[in-house]
Design a protein around this ligand. Sequence first.
Ligand code: NAD
Ligand code: DAU
Length: 365
Amino acid sequence: MTETGKDRNILITGGAGFIGSHVVRRFLKEYPGYHIYNLDVLTYAGNLENLRDVEEYPNYSFLKGDILDEQFLKQIFEKHQFDGVIHLAAESHVDRSITDPLAFVRTNIIGTVNLLNASRDLWKENKNNKRFYHISTDEVYGTLGAEGLFTENTPYDPNSPYSASKASSDHFVRAYGETYGLPYVITNCSNNYGPNHFPEKLIPLFINNIIENKPLPVYGDGKYTRDWLFVKDHAAAIDLVFHKGKDFETYNIGGFNEWQNIDLVKLLCKLMDQKLNREEGTSSKLITYVKDRPGHDLRYAIDAGKINKELGWRPSVTFEEGLELTIDWYLENQEWLDHVTSGNYQEYYEKMYKERNVSQQSISK
Ligand code: NAD
Ligand code: DAU
């Protein structure tokens, strides 16, 4: 539990990314008494356009910097005397972790340890009302078969370089709690979707490809299952856990919303046909089965009973409502989409999907 009523300096890392930008916006609006410092190095996934509507808030500061830079962290922790850290900065894309695992070791493991050190040193004398909140993923638990759910007690069993790096960072956070008494809380969340999602991940990539009439590359047989949560509901859960969660605890966060990829893609195609006034069945013709992701986890599903019972959290929108809000946002923010899909994105797409034999060309109608 941490106090909300008084002035506090809160550091949010990765605040220019997908989930981070929703967390920054929520905290700026809900807690005008806080000063929110957004620390982000602006990788391909970081985009200050995500925060245009709030960047002039008097209680907001952007700090451009790298969590790998210990000196920089030391300076900003000394200067701003943070009371809380909400750590979202990460390399977050499984496919990229397969081509460049070391980037994930650096940012997700070493970067997290650097932040832990800076927090431990700053709060050495007084840990009262201080909190290190580490945002993690359900992927640390590995894969489920057809049955069962991940609970907070499921043993860690990560299968990709991404999930191995996140699992490692979770272990470091716990170890700093045990060894140095650092007050922490960890949440492990399922797949997010919503506005500002970088179009490398399934839902925004497929929305963009449907708009552009390009193939929809479904990995393997499409029977992989994910549990989807609207990003603003994740931000609400983060707010709740930051303020009301118990020190040294983990909470799982999920959408109560499992979908096989192929069923999700068909629903998305149907909604996009309606939004784009295309004949029903037009977008689903773009579905193309391609070479699978190596080490592809079959199924993730979260038991979010603990956060529900202890803190009263539940998702506020259904999947259909959330998807419609998401599609509308992308259709209304074509400029954002154009900016993030120019330049390096084209190179990434070419490299990642060429080896899966997916053409970049639009399919002629
Ligand atoms: P994202 O890739 O959209 O954003 C990551 C942000 O971190 C970017 O703004 C990037 O510039 C910044 N960053 C990366 N390396 C950095 C560094 N070295 N120093 C400073 N900033 C750096 O990620 P996301 O999808 O918003 O995920 C945020 C967090 O939530 C991650 O820790 C991820 O593991 C976790 N998570 C994501 C999901 C999901 O579905 N997206 C689900 C569960 C947990
Ligand atoms: O479960 C939480 C995790 O969800 C987060 O920790 C990660 O940061 C986030 O990226 C996400 O990981 P996934 O690997 O599940 O997300 P992605 O959108 O990459 O893929 C979702 C599913 O869709 C997965 O089964 C792979 C499949 N897929 C993905 C892409 C990009 C395809 O079939 N085709 C594609 O082109």
